[in-house]
Design a binder for this molecule. Structure first.
Ligand code: PLP
Length: 428
C-alpha cells in the first residue's frame, strides 16, 4: 500500500504539472511533492478575476454535466479529475485485494490520511477522527455529551436542521434546555452577534453551538470571539464548520473551539461521505461514542471511528483532494470564490426589486455563497424561472429566518456563468 501510494502521489504531481497547468515543473519540486511551492510559481495565477488563464485551466480539471449552469455547490462538490481518478484506482485496487487490503493494509492507509488531514487543518492527529460527514461528527458530540437534566445549550436560529434536531432529541432524552440566539442578517459589528449568544448564557449553560459559515446565506460569524467569551464563563464551544473548511483560508485552532465537525465532500471536493471530527484531547474521555466502543482506550480519538466497514477508497482520496487544494492555495481559492460572489451580487444588489439576505459587502463576513430575493416572488418561483428560462440551477431557501435563493458557485464556475445569472435576475 505504501509503495503504491507513493507512486500515485508522483503520478498526481506529473498530471497536475504537465496536463493541467502547462507549467514546466522544476524536477526538485516534483520529487519533493511540494505542490504548495508549485502553486506559488504559477505565472498564470495573477488574480482572482484572471479568467482566461489560471481559472480556465482549473475548470478543465472538472467535468460538470454541461447541460446546465450549476450554482448549487452547497450540498456537495464534484471531485477534480486527479482526485476522481485516484479514487477509482483505489476502488479497483481494493476490489482486487479485498480482505487482504482491509486486514493488512487499510489501518496504515487510514493513519496516513489522518496525518495528511491533521497537517492540512493544523491539528494534532491524535485529536482528529475521520467520519462520514458533519452530521455524524456533531451528533457524536451532541448525543454523546454527558448531559445532566437542566443543562442549557445555546444554538443559533440559522443552524443546520440536523444539528437543531439533534439538540431537540437530546432535550427529549436528557432533559436539557435549548435556547436559540437570533443572528442578525446584516450585523453592524461583531459584538451584535457575540451578544446575541452571550445574552442567553446562564450559570447552567454547558455548550454553545456555532455555525461558522451559515449555509442559508453564506454569512460568516465571529466564532473565535464568541468562543473566547464562552470560555471565560466555562462554557464549551462546538463548531459546525461544514461550509468553511477549504472554503475560507483558516486553520482549526483559529476558531478557538472545543469541538469542530465538517464535511469534506463540500469545499475540499472529496468523494461523498468524507468528514472529520476534531476535539481537544482533554474532552475525548468524556464523550460517549455514537457506536459502542470498549476496545480502544478512553483517551484514543479512534473510539469515534467505530463505524464498521467503510468505503476506504473514498477516505484514501482525502489526501489527493488536499493536494489539489494545496496546489491552488487556500488564500487564492478563497479570493476566487469571493470574487465570483461579488461579481454577480454587486451588479444586482442595488436594484429596487432585489433584497440581499447576505452581508455580502462586509469583509470578514462573506463567502462564495449569497442569498437574494426579488420582490413579489416566492423563492421557489425564482429558482424555477432561472432553470426554465436559463438552465441555471440554484436552491430555494424557505426558512423562518431567511427566505430567498441561495447561489453557490465553486472553483469550476466561470465568470460567464455568474454573468448569465446577473442577466437572468435583471430579467425577472
Ligand atoms: C451548515 C451545515 N452543517 C451541516 C451540514 C450537513 O452536512 P452533511 O450532510 O455532509 O453531514 C450541512 C449540509 O449542507 C450544512 O450546510
Amino acid at each position: 500500500m505504501h509503495g503504491e501510494s507513493a507512486l500515485s502521489r508522483r503520478d498526481f504531481i506529473r498530471h497536475v504539472s504537465l496536463i493541467g497547468l502547462g507549467v514546466a515543473l522544476p524536477s526538485p519540486f516534483a520529487r519533493r511533492g511540494r505542490l504548495q511551492e508549485l502553486a506559488a510559481l504559477l505565472p498564470y495565477a495573477k488574480d482572482a478575476s484572471h479568467e482566461g488563464l489560471f481559472w480556465n485551466k482549473i475548470r478543465r480539471f472538472f467535468r460538470p454535466s454541461g447541460t446546465f449552469i450549476n450554482l448549487e455547490n452547497g450540498y456537495c462538490s464534484p471531485q477534480p479529475m486527479p482526485t476522481l481518478h485516484y479514487h477509482i484506482r483505489r476502488e479497483k485496487y481494493i476490489n482486487a485485494w479485498t480482505s487482504m487490503y482491509t486486514r493488512e493494509q487499510m489501518p496504515e492507509a487510514m493513519e496516513s490520511v489522518r496525518t495528511d488531514l491533521a497537517a492540512f487543518l493544523a491539528v494534532d492527529p491524535e485529536e482528529l477522527a475521520i467520519t462520514r460527514n458533519t452530521t455524524e461528527s456533531l451528533n457524536t458530540i451532541i448525543m454523546g455529551y454527558p448531559w445532566n437534566t437542566g443543562d442549557e445549550v445555546v444554538i443559533g436560529n440559522q443552524d443546520y436542521g440536523s444539528m437543531v434536531q439533534a439538540f431537540q432529541q437530546a432535550q427529549q432524552r436528557y432533559g436539557i434546555v435549548v435556547k436559540e440566539a437570533a443572528i442578525p442578517l446584516h450585523p453592524s459589528a461583531d459584538d451584535e452577534i457575540v451578544e446575541s449568544y452571550m445574552a442567553l448564557c446562564t450559570a447552567k449553560t454547558r455548550m454553545v453551538h456555532l455555525t461558522h459559515l451559515i449555509h442559508l446565506s453564506g454569512h460568516v460569524i465571529p466564532v473565535a470571539k464568541i468562543a473566547q467569551r464562552a470560555h471565560e464563563r466555562g462554557i464549551e464551544v462546538v463548531v459546525d464548520a461544514a461550509h468553511s473548511v477549504a472554503h475560507l483560508d483558516y486553520k482549526i485552532p483559529d476558531l478557538a473551539a472545543d469541538y469542530v465537525g465538517a464535511s469534506l465532500h463540500k469545499w475540499l471536493c472529496c468523494p461523498l461521505g468524507c468528514g472529520f471530527l476534531w476535539m481537544k484531547k482533554e474532552h475525548i474521555p468524556k464523550i460517549w461514542p455514537l457506536m459502542g466502543d470498549t476496545g480502544t482506550t478512553a483517551t484514543d480519538i479512534r473510539r469515534f471511528e467505530h463505524q464498521g466497514t467503510r468505503p476506504f477508497h473514498s477516505i484514501e482520496a482525502i489526501s489527493r483532494a488536499i493536494a489539489f487544494h494545496t496546489m491552488i492555495g487556500g488564500a487564492r481559492k478563497e479570493a476566487r470564490l469571493k470574487y465570483l460572489m461579488t461579481r454577480w451580487v454587486s451588479k444586482i444588489a442595488a436594484l429596487p426589486k432585489v433584497r440581499m439576505n447576505t452581508p455580502w459587502d462586509q469583509a470578514g463576513r462573506n463567502s462564495a455563497i449569497a442569498n437574494f430575493n426579488v420582490n413579489g416572488y416566492a423563492p421557489a418561483d425564482i429558482t424555477a424561472a432561472l432553470f426554465a428560462r436559463h438552465k441555471i440551477f440554484t436552491v430555494a431557501i424557505d426558512h423562518p429566518a431567511i427566505q430567498g435563493v441561495r447561489v453557490a458557485p465553486h472553483l469550476y464556475t466561470t465568470v460567464k456563468e455568474v454573468d448569465a445569472l446577473t442577466d437572468a435576475i435583471r430579467e425577472l
